[in-house]
Structure formats: C-alpha cells, structure tokens
Write a protein that binds this ligand. Structure first.
Ligand code: GCO
Ligand code: MG
Length: 405
C-alpha cells in the first residue's frame, strides 16, 4: 500500500485587498496541497484553531486517507461543527484532495468522477446605486458572455444596502477595523425590488438568467410576498430570502410562491439543510467547499440534494479565495446535480498571490488540466500583504433596533 505521511502543516494569512487564510500541507516526499480557510471577519479564529488544535493531529498521518482524516477530525472532536471548525476541516480536506490528485497526475475533477459537462456556468454581479446603473452594469456582463447575472441596486431613501459597492467590480463589504453601521428599511426595499426586475426584463429581455440576493432580511411572509411579486420576471433564484437558522420558516415561503429559492452560503454542514432538502423547500443549495467541510462533506450534501431535485449553487464571493474557486470548479464540473456557480472576480493582486489554472470563456469556467487543484500560493508575494483586521458591516432598523446584515 502506498503511504504518503504528512510532514508539515503551515498556515498563511495574506491581505492582497482583503484577508485570506491558506493551509499548506507538505508530505514527506515533498508533495504540497493547499486549502482555503478564510472565514470573513473571523479569520484569526480559524488560524488559531488550525495551528493549535488541528495541525498536531495531522503530522505523520497518511495524506491519502481523506475520508478517515475527515471522520477522525469530526467525530474525534467532542465540540464539533460550526463555522470555525468546519472551515478548518474544509481546508484540511481540500489540501488532501489537492495532494492526492497531484500524486495521481490528474486534475482533481478526474478523481471526482470526471467531467459531467463541458464547463461550469457562472453568474456575475451587476450592481448600481440606481436601477439604470444596475442595468447598465448587467449589459456589460451580457457583453462579456455571461448567461446569468445577479442584480442588486440601491434603494431610494436608504443610504446604503447589501450588494451595492463603491467599486462595482470588487464588492468588498468587510471594510472596517470596526463594523460599519447600515440602516435598513424592509418596506422601502420590498416596494423597490420588483421595479428593478420589471425594468431589467424590459431592458435585457428574457434570454439572460436573473438572480437576486435578499441577504437574510425578511420574515417568511414578507419573503412570500416578494417571491410572488417577482414571479412575472422569471428569476433563476431568489437567495437567502429569510434567515435559515429555522429551516421550517421556508415552508411558508414555499407554499406561497413559485419563484425558485436558493439558500446556504452560511451553512456549515448537512444538518443545516437536511429539512430544507428533504421537504423540497428549496431549489438550490449554496453550501460551499470552504465553509461546509470541504469536498468530502459537500459531496454528501449534493448527493442528498440530488435525490430531492435540488441542485447546487455554490457561494463564490470574493472572500472565498482562488483556492476555493478552483475546488468549486472541480466539484461543479463533476457533480451530477450542478445548478449554477457564483463568480466574483478577484483583484489583480489576489490573482497574483494565487496563480491558477482556471479560466472563463462564454459564461462558463473551467478548472484547467493542471494536476491537483491547479492553484499555487506565491508565499513571497503573500508576505508583502500583511493581515488587517476587517469586519463585515452590521445593520440597524430605522428606529435603531439591531438587525441582520
Ligand atoms: C453572496 C454573499 C456575499 C456575502 C459575503 C460575506 O451571495 O455572494 O451573500 O456577498 O455577503 O460572502 O462574507
Ligand atoms: Mg448571498
């Protein structure tokens, strides 16, 4: 039996415009694997967890035993689960898949069953202060070949809202050494959102898929009303319509609207979406490689989803590093029930720190043919971008009540 003992485990933190945490595992024969361990706004919690509690358990283990390592780290942790633990576990898992595929001399998707499609269809982010600006941005995505675009626009009367950036291409909300405070009005938003999509259909036609992210801000009955109001505009999905801590909340939304529902970017395990999937309450599951326990665990979520007609729709914001982007593309290319992949382009600095083999053409991405994930970390360049504490914003209602962001 071929054994590939783990010799070294290192954690790198770099901030080429935003913070990224990267795990690097090196085997005794010198093969390296990378895993993304970035948890936006809580980066150093995962660093400490990996360095102090996970790395010592890995030294000497056989890098080939991915499933056993996953179960050992998960079942062997009495306090298991949650975003910090599952992000750390994901980083280990992805790094081990990277190593295994490099040893096999194959791009990772080949080990996951091979390509099920010619490419991974992605959606881009069009956003603007006004409906007109947002539509103008969307037209640029259509011109670039995108087949699906997410639309977010500013709401008249609200100083700022989720998804609308100062710099349209690189939306980066984790912008403060202390959280920025936003003010939220559900009624202004609910009156505005359908107008955005009515104008978008008039200007963009019906051949482009349109998506929208509510970012966890409605009650179930408000989400139901929005879903109904958006039905005439044929959305590909309505995302995070309500906070999903209570999976049963989706029953109300579901029974009122045929607008397809997506949820799960903040989920860390199959237990966060078991009811949603089994009861057919959603159409797309947005759990990702980096925050839901890596490729090993995401495959189990996707397998459960598959038998319930739920497709994947993995999170792919800029706070997920190119290591996650690559892993998501290998996963998306091979998984049977692929739906759509989010793609927010990284800054040129980030792309330089993480040279990668993946590429975009005609609205689709491909992970490339390099053995493993096809991503490396330029450690020298990474070291020139030191960590900077950065929080995601917080939200308050107009009367000052603390609210979901
Ligand atoms: C998305 C997400 C992001 C998150 C961000 C938080 O749909 O891409 O909602 O914009 O807000 O990933 O870290
Ligand atoms: Mg989202």
């Amino acid at each position: 039996m071929q054994i590939e003992p783990i010799a070294r485990v290192q954690v790198f933190v770099t901030c080429p415009g935003r913070n990224f945490v990267t795990l690097k595992i090196t085997t005794e024969s010198g093969v390296t694997g990378l895993g993304d361990a970035t948890l936006n706004g809580r980066e150093m919690a995962v660093v400490a967890y990996l360095e102090e509690h996970v790395a010592p358990l890995l030294i000497g283990r056989d890098a080939h035993r991915i499933e056993d390592t996953w179960n050992t780290l998960h079942r062997g942790a009495y306090w298991r689960g949650g975003p910090v633990d599952m992000t750390a576990l994901a980083a280990v898992d992805v790094a081990l898949w990277d190593i295994k595929a490099k040893l096999a001399g194959l791009p990772l998707y080949q080990l996951l069953g091979g390509a099920s499609r010619s490419g991974v269809t992605v959606y881009g982010h069009a956003n603007g202060e006004t409906i007109e600006d947002t539509i103008a941005e969307a037209k640029k995505y259509v011109a670039m070949g995108y087949k699906a675009v997410r639309l977010q626009s500013g709401v008249p009367g609200m100083a700022s809202t989720y998804g609308v950036s100062k710099d349209k291409m690189f939306y980066e909300p984790a912008d403060g050494a202390l959280p920025t405070e936003n003010t939220w009005s559900t009624s202004l938003y609910l009156n505005h959102a359908p107008k955005l999509f009515q104008a978008a259909r008039e200007a963009l036609g019906w051949d482009i898929e349109l998506l929208h992210d509510v970012h966890h801000r409605l009650t179930p009955i408000q989400a139901a009303r929005l879903g109904k109001a958006l039905e005439p505009y044929n959305l590909f999905w309505l995302e995070d319509a309500v906070p999903a801590d209570n999976q049963a909340a989706f029953r109300i939304v579901r029974q009122h609207t045929t607008t397809p529902l997506a949820v799960g970017e903040v989920f860390s395990s199959i237990w966060s979406c078991k009811t949603l999937i089994e009861e057919g309450l959603i159409d797309y599951i947005r759990a990702t490689v980096v925050h839901a326990g890596g490729i090993t665990h995401l495959r189990k979520i996707a397998a459960l989803a598959d038998i319930h007609h739920v497709k994947t729709g993995c999170h792919g914001a800029t706070d997920l590093s190119p290591v996650t982007m690559a892993a998501a593309l290998h996963f998306g290319l091979s998984v049977s029930n692929f739906g759509l992949q989010e793609y927010m382009r990284h800054t040129p600095e980030t792309d330089a720190v993480f040279p990668h083999a993946y590429s975009f053409a005609d609205g689709m991405m491909h992970p490339g043919e390099a053995p493993g994930l096809g991503v490396e970390l330029d450690e020298g360049l990474a070291a020139t971008f030191p960590y900077k504490r950065a929080y995601l914003p917080v939200n308050r209602l107009e009367d000052g009540t603390a609210f979901y962001w």
